[in-house]
Design a protein around this ligand. Structure first.
Ligand code: UDX
Length: 439
């Protein structure tokens, strides 16, 4: 099938190449000419494991092309909208201007019988509004909402092997036609028995925000437990293991530490609260404000912990920060807890050197006043304390004995509860972590 994908960021670029992998012919459209040029040349414009290989393979098939001109989307049977919905400046609500622009630009090429499929995360009610616009301007064209659940770092696997497909369909015969087109797009995935949920526009939009709100709540729950553990001397990692054995609870997303960041969870819970307010249902989501508060408190607590370990003052102390991306296997620094803590430490007088395997360039652009080093050893040379704030494998696997030789003081703060406490302590390090006993 001929497919267009509008917006070639983390979501769209991976989606475009994955649709080729499924057997389709795809054009990816993006307004950013540099991004289009990189993708055409087979270069990933962002760090995502496995994506560059997939891009190379699918470009070589001759069925994938990229363009900055939406006219190239003409003739495609299905048009996926994969643009960003960032938080609006100074507000909680989502900024829908890119989604609006993408759909409006498609109106010029859209024909009756073709399907527009929204994948972006949008406030509930957006799809119905856009479906009205499409129906008015191009009678006979359809709109469905098909949210995407991919995680950065696992984007390729999540796109090719999703755990479920959610179709938000229009009513009546239009719904049946849209479903048939989506089934044809996803045929190889459906053939594996992947669950499919058919529903209306509003439910499909809410599935995405509800899922992200649940995940954020789970993380903040364990981080609230970490606060209590700090107050009582209990150990949050053992607590998480013990409650996680209960299948109803489950151990995943119960890793206490610096909390959640990134381009999705923080802004999605805020946009969800804003939308609930507009709908007169704000009380239903006031708990998400607390989820957000607990999450942001972890960053402040980390700075306090660093001050404590550094004998009560950050002034002039050399601090190495290992990790700047919001999570490992990503170069994404949007609302990164690690970078937020690094910047706060610097603003409060510490001399901070940051390292990250993938996110240094992005970090330097946002925080040029921090020092950067290529490796953990360089960042930690002569440091008074080392903070591990993003749990990249190379930091988890550091040898505490050898690493201990480069620092001035063997003090490590494990912001992600990712290090082997016993090994670090045995190597003479003072080990501190959020929600863990100090012994
Ligand atoms: C998330 C959702 O998981 C995904 O389904 C959705 O499509 C987009 O948003 P992503 O932002 O890529 O994906 O990252 P995720 O793996 O969910 O992690 C989000 C944040 O939570 C990271 O900062 C991570 O470090 C943190 N986290 C995650 C924890 O603090 N503890 C955990 O136990 C898990």
């Amino acid at each position: 099938m001929e497919i267009s994908v509008i917006g070639c960021g983390y979501l769209g670029a991976v989606h475009a190449a994955s649709m080729v992998e499924l057997g389709h012919e795809v054009v990816g459209i993006d307004v950013d000419e540099r991004r289009v040029a990189a993708l055409r040349a087979g270069r990933a414009p962002f760090y995502e494991p496995g994506f560059e290989e997939l891009l190379g393979r699918t470009l070589a098939s001759g069925r994938l092309r990229f363009s900055a001109d939406v006219a190239e989307a003409a003739g495609a049977r299905v048009h996926f909208v994969c643009v960003g919905t960032p938080q609006r400046h100074g507000e909680y609500a989502a900024d829908l201007r890119f989604v609006q622009a993408a759909v409006e630009s498609l109106l010029g090429v859209l024909e009756p019988g073709q399907l527009v499929v929204g994948k972006s995360t949008v406030p509930v009610g957006t799809a119905a509004r856009l479906a009205g616009l499409v129906a008015e301007k191009v009678p006979g064209a359809l709109l469905a909402w098909n949210p995407e659940f991919l995680r950065e770092g696992f984007a390729v696997a999540d796109t090719l092997h999703p755990d479920r497909l959610v179709y938000g369909l229009p009513g009546g015969v239009d719904g049946a036609l849209a479903e048939r087109l989506l089934d044809a797009v996803y045929a190889p995935i459906l053939a594996r028995g992947t669950p499919k949920v058919r529903t209306d526009h509003a439910t499909a939009e809410m599935v995405k925000t509800a899922a992200n709100s649940f995940l954020a709540t789970k993380i903040s729950f364990i981080n609230a437990m970490a606060e209590l553990c700090e107050a009582t001397g209990a150990d949050v990692a053992q607590l998480a293991d013990a409650i996680g054995y209960d299948e109803r609870i489950g151990r995943r997303f119960l890793n206490a530490g610096l909390g959640f960041g990134g381009g999705c969870l923080p802004k999605d819970i805020r946009a969800f609260m804003a939308r609930a307010g507009e709908l007169g249902a704000d009380q239903a989501l006031t708990f998400l404000r607390e989820v957000d508060n607990i999450n942001m408190r972890r960053r402040i607590r980390m700075v306090e912990l660093a001050r404590e370990v550094l004998d009560g003052s950050l002034l002039g102390k050399h601090v190495a920060v290992l990790g700047a991306a919001f999570k490992p296997d990503s170069d994404d620094i949007r609302d990164s807890p690690a970078l937020n803590v690094a910047a706060q430490l610097q603003l409060q007088g510490a001399v901070v050197c940051v390292t990250d395997p993938a996110a240094i360039d992005n970090s330097r652009r946002q925080w040029p006043q921090l020092d950067y080093a290529a490796t953990a050893e360089e960042a930690a040379a002569g440091a008074d304390a080392v903070l591990v704030l993003t749990e990249w494998r190379q930091y988890r696997e550091l040898d505490p004995v050898a690493f201990g030789r480069v620092v001035a003081q063997r003090r490590v703060l494990d912001g992600r509860n990712a290090l082997d406490r016993e090994a670090w302590t045995a190597a003479g390090w003072t080990y501190r972590a959020l929600g863990r006993r100090t012994d």
